[in-house]
Ligand binder design. Structure first.
Ligand code: SF4
Length: 342
């Protein structure tokens, strides 16, 4: 039997090309391209305000992109109306950060989980069987079927969201910061569950987060966004062991490490300033106002996202072999001077 989790590069579930999303003068996403293959978990990483959630909403067509293309299992869904999009709702599902606001408070768990199937015309008996099966898969007892969202804990509500999102067996799940609104004590349980379900059911996943520990745990590949653009992409191992872009290096330097000795020894990059406004993004490389190694060309010329082997990075100082600065070499130890990268 084929491994349901096998990543298949010949079978993209989602292809995003030159995606742009402007909200009036706000350039939330500008020219983003990537693909998610069958069975692959691609983490989309960046600070709050980087545009990563907007990308997720464009893919699920909660937003209509300003330009560019979104293809789901080979079909261009970019310009589809709500009605024309309906058949593709089985292909892609989304879960959000805060299940308290994303679940309809007037519906019971049975109705919340069964609703996508009801809209697809699945009969009541089959709906009931599949709801029961799905609840078991997300680790909830049948006794919750008649409860309402406000009667459940945050972790239970997120399990209900997962059950609802997966009940129609989508090819792609967009998980938008799925654990960051939960108590720390239940985050790991929900993340483990998501990883187990992904292995078991084999869906592809766009995992949107700022939590690099979660990325290391769950992702096959990583794409890093800064101010509406992709700045680096590669396998998890490539990005974690040899980040090429100064922004990725800064993000990694600020992520917590489990080993206390390593944590003490590590150097943390001090990024100056706040994330600039997407209303008026900086010229040239958008990161130049905060980049510790910026040079003159960075202020005037936009660096292309170039392939370096199977990894890619958008930085003028990274050569075709992938050699370039590591901003972590230029900084002071955390124990003497700490700062946020956001
Ligand atoms: Fe820094 Fe320049 Fe590279 Fe941008 S292009 S990341 S400003 S060195």
């Amino acid at each position: 039997m084929p491994d349901p989790r096998a990543t298949d590069p010949t079978s993209p579930v989602c292809e995003v090309e030159d995606l742009t999303m402007h909200f009036g003068p706000v350039h939330a996403v500008d020219g983003v391209s990537f693909r998610v293959n069958r069975g692959q978990v691609l983490a989309l990483v960046g600070e709050s305000g980087s545009g990563k959630s907007t990308v997720g909403r464009c893919i699920t067509r909660l937003y209509k992109p300003t330009s560019g293309t979104v293809r789901l299992t080979g079909t261009d869904v970019t310009g589809l109306s709500r009605r024309a999009m309906r058949p593709h709702r089985r292909t892609v599902s989304i879960i959000f950060q805060d299940p308290a606001s994303s679940l309809d408070p007037r519906l019971s768990v049975a109705d919340i989980v069964g609703e996508p199937m009801r809209l697809q015309g699945v009969d009541r008996a089959e709906r009931s069987d599949r709801v029961n099966e799905m609840l078991e898969q997300v680790g909830l007892a049948r006794s919750v079927l008649q409860r309402y969202p406000h009667e459940m804990s945050g972790g239970q509500r997120q399990r209900v969201s997962l059950a609802r999102a997966l009940v129609s067996r989508p090819s792609l799940l967009v998980a938008d910061e799925p654990t960051s609104a939960l108590d720390v004590s239940v985050q790991a349980g929900v993340l483990n569950l998501l990883a187990d379900l992904q292995r078991e059911l084999g869906f592809a996943c766009l995992f949107i987060t700022h939590n690099l520990s979660a990325v290391e745990y769950i992702a096959d590949d990583v794409a890093v966004m800064y101010l509406g653009q992709l700045v680096e992409q590669g396998t998890r191992e490539q990005v974690f062991t040899r980040p090429r872009h100064p922004y990725t290096q800064a993000l990694l330097s600020a992520a917590p490490v489990a080993d206390p000795d390593q944590q003490r020894e590590r150097r943390r990059v001090v990024l100056s300033g706040e994330l600039p406004s997407p209303l008026d993004p900086p010229s040239g490389c958008r990161f130049h106002t905060r980049c510790p190694v910026a040079v003159d060309i960075c202020r005037v010329e936009v660096p292309a996202l170039r392939m370096i082997g199977s990894q890619s990075a958008a930085c003028h100082l990274v050569d075709d072999e992938g050699n370039g600065p590591d901003v972590r070499d230029r900084t002071v130890a955390t124990s003497t001077r700490g700062s946020e990268t956001g």
